[in-house]
Design a protein around this ligand. Structure first.
Ligand code: SF4
Ligand code: SF4
Length: 371
């Protein structure tokens, strides 16, 4: 790896989990303040998606209507596998995204979450050729895709679309670097073997690496007492060669300021520090029960409205912090009525999960543990 050393300018503002008010609406004044501080720090890359409820409208109000269009880059994504019945409905997502955001064009347009059964939707409906035509028409500037599957599958997709793809968005963090399912390192190697630059997602693994369990934090603090866990995680991600941007899904102005402060003092990782992160990775793998990132893709079409991500989080809390914590979390996650034991085992959630989690088995574990 080669350190790029561009600190705050390589941070990408992930717009998936924006701050919300008590009535559930997005807190536009706070998002506007976050946008302003992000731009002032040299950040330029904003990442939304057709599938992120309310996010494209929020970015219109907080960014597009308040800043010159050439002062930032905006990415959004097409989720052909998430609801459309045919090619026309899938293609219509771009017009919806343009209308919601008011951006005029997208600097980066991604086919969202390729891998497993999701890839076929884009091929079957001719979305690659359509996206290239949209690029010729100027509605998008750069075409790429985000990806959740193994390195072999990534290689197959890139071999078929090497000329169409300008960049790839990958899940990269120190915990998943050698993970057998996510295969961060191997996926990065495949993408770079095709000379594709990288956008990183999940650098703190859905927040877990910002507050890792005590045995993992002890390993990091023993090496450098004053360096926070989130700084370790961001340094690892930023150390990745070929980086366009490293996305952080920021949910408050405080998180934004913490991230910017961390990146201002960013420094390359030494061999000793990489070894420390490898030790932290191994300890975390021993402790964690379920590698859920809380993305919610599994929950879109569940016939019983199972709160899957909350239940997976309960299992992790039990494993990391004790059964009592897990049980409390489970009670909160299932407060609207559906319990883990209500699963009818239809399997659609497992097909949608980018982390390949055996959700049905895990729900049985949760029912046995918490009900
Ligand atoms: S297997 Fe269970 S949790 Fe998954 S979608 Fe079906 S009913 Fe919902
Ligand atoms: S179980 Fe999988 S799809 Fe569902 S929230 Fe967790 S990581 Fe996302």
């Amino acid at each position: 790896m080669a350190y790029l050393g561009e600190g705050t300018t390589k941070l990408g503002f992930g717009l998936m989990r924006l701050p919300r008010l008590e009535d559930g609406s997005i807190d536009i004044p706070q998002v506007s303040q976050m946008v302003d501080e992000f731009l002032a720090a040299g950040g330029t890359y904003f990442d939304t998606a057709w599938a992120y409820g309310g996010s494209e409208e929020a970015i219109r109000q907080a960014l597009v209507e308040r800043h010159p269009r050439d002062g930032y880059t905006l990415a959004t994504k097409n989720a052909a596998w998430l609801g459309p019945k045919d090619a026309d409905e899938a293609k219509a997502q771009l017009e919806v995204s343009l209308e919601r955001s008011g951006a005029g064009y997208f600097d980066y347009y991604l086919l969202h979450n390729l891998g497993a059964g999701r890839t076929a939707f884009f091929d079957r409906w001719g979305l690659w050729d359509w996206a290239l035509e949209m690029r010729r028409q100027g509605k998008i500037r750069h075409l790429g895709f985000s990806f959740h599957d193994n390195a072999e599958t990534l290689d197959r997709i890139l071999a078929a679309h090497a000329d169409d793809t300008e960049f790839v968005q990958l899940q990269i963090n120190y915990a998943d670097w050698e993970d057998g399912s996510v295969q961060s390192r191997r996926c990065w190697e495949v993408a770079r073997s095709y000379d594709k630059p990288i956008v990183i997602m999940e650098p703190v693994k859905g927040g877990m690496l910002a507050a890792p369990p005590a045995p993992v934090e002890q390993i990091l603090r023993a090496e450098e007492p004053d360096r926070s866990p989130v700084e370790w995680a961001l340094r690892f991600a930023m150390n990745t060669e070929g980086l366009i941007a490293c996305l952080s899904g920021m949910s408050s102005i405080e998180q934004m300021r913490d991230n910017l402060a961390t990146l201002r003092r960013l420094s390359p990782l030494s061999e000793a520090e990489l070894a420390t992160l490898a030790a932290a990775r191994e300890r975390l793998a021993e402790l964690i029960a379920v590698p859920c990132t809380g993305c919610h893709y599994c929950m879109e079409d569940c016939p019983v409205d199972m709160p899957i991500s909350g239940i997976m989080e309960s299992l992790n809390r039990a494993a990391l912090y004790g059964d009592e914590k897990g049980k409390g979390n489970y009670g909160f996650a299932t407060r609207e009525g559906t319990k883990a034991s209500d699963c009818i085992q239809c399997g659609q959630c497992e097909a949608a999960c980018p982390q390949h989690i055996d959700i049905i088995n895990q729900l049985e574990v949760a029912a046995g543990k918490f009900e």
